[in-house]
Design a protein around this ligand. Structure first.
Ligand SMILES: O=C(CO)[C@H](O)[C@H](O)COP(=O)(O)O
Length: 268
């Protein structure tokens, strides 16, 4: 008997007609995600970036739209803004758009940072670090009067783990990754994977020369502030991707082009 999902059956199913609809569907979803990222980013930059200010530039694909919008505004409104990068990627974006590149040595007090997130829960706790830049992102955010998140609708969750299934990224010193892994799972359960590189054999090495562990937690009702503190106490842990009580506002772009806002003041 032929198995139901044999290659031949699959081949018969994927006619050129329904292949076209599958491709069209995927393109539409991708476009609506990109549009959602863009509207959120544009709204945040328009509302928060002011003339003569210091601006923290987050990392990831949504931030690309924020930098794009800032460069349009710098050109049309002649804004004077110094940009502080939160990663190698952010630095390259600032340079590419001919914006003024600053650093924390000379500008340690940032007016506002706009950054992406992998997930935002009801209490405005964030998971960040899907792109591996969590350490510098947290440093830049911690030097900012305001941290504003820009994201598409898929990042908006009631509880951490509702949508984002890759877990909490944790940046660690390479020699300590195994003991850290064991300590976290024995304290809080779940499963931990060393993040592997895609176009290189072996692990991802961060902008700071460290490794990343992705912790797939099994309990969604943990006290994230305490979890963050406990994990940070483990020798060899450099930083976690849990951003607790740091974010003032989140903008979630919607598939039809509108933006949903959530503020920390409403929740806390
Ligand atoms: O924390 C990050 C990188 O370390 C990013 O901000 C986060 O992964 C969201 O990225 P994107 O905007 O591409 O969805």
């Amino acid at each position: 008997m032929q198995p139901l999902y044999s290659v031949r059956n699959l081949y018969n199913f994927v006619t050129s007609e329904n292949l076209r609809s599958i491709v069209n569907y995927c393109t539409k979803v991708k476009m609506s995600l990109e549009q959602a990222k863009q509207v959120a980013a544009y709204r945040a930059v328009d509302e928060y970036v002011k003339n003569n200010s210091i601006f923290g530039v987050g990392s990831g694909s949504t931030v690309v739209y924020a930098v794009q919008r800032l460069s349009e505004r710098v050109e049309t409104e002649n804004l004077q803004v110094i940009c502080i990068p939160s990663s190698f990627q952010a630095k390259q974006l600032i340079i590419k758009h001919n914006l003024v590149l600053g650093e924390l040595d000379t500008n340690p007090d940032i007016d506002v940072t706009i950054d992406g997130a992998d997930e935002v829960d009801n209490n405005m706790t964030l998971i960040k670090g899907g792109g591996g830049c969590l350490l510098q992102e947290k440093i830049v955010a911690s030097c900012s009067k305001k941290l504003i998140v820009i994201a598409d609708y898929t990042k908006d969750s009631k509880k951490l783990g509702d949508h984002y299934k890759k877990g909490v990224p944790i940046e660690v010193i390479p020699m300590a990754y195994v003991p850290i892994k064991n300590k976290i799972t024995s304290m809080f359960g779940g499963e931990i994977k060393l993040r592997n590189a895609v176009a290189k054999a072996g692990p991802v090495v961060t902008d700071n020369g460290n490794f990343i562990l992705d912790w797939m937690f099994s309990n969604q009702d943990l006290d994230w502030e305490k979890v963050n503190e406990s994990i940070k106490m483990i020798p060899g842990v450099v930083e976690t991707g849990l951003f607790v009580k740091m974010c003032e506002k989140a903008y979630f772009g919607q598939p039809e082009g509108t933006v949903v806002e959530r503020s920390a003041s409403i929740i806390n």
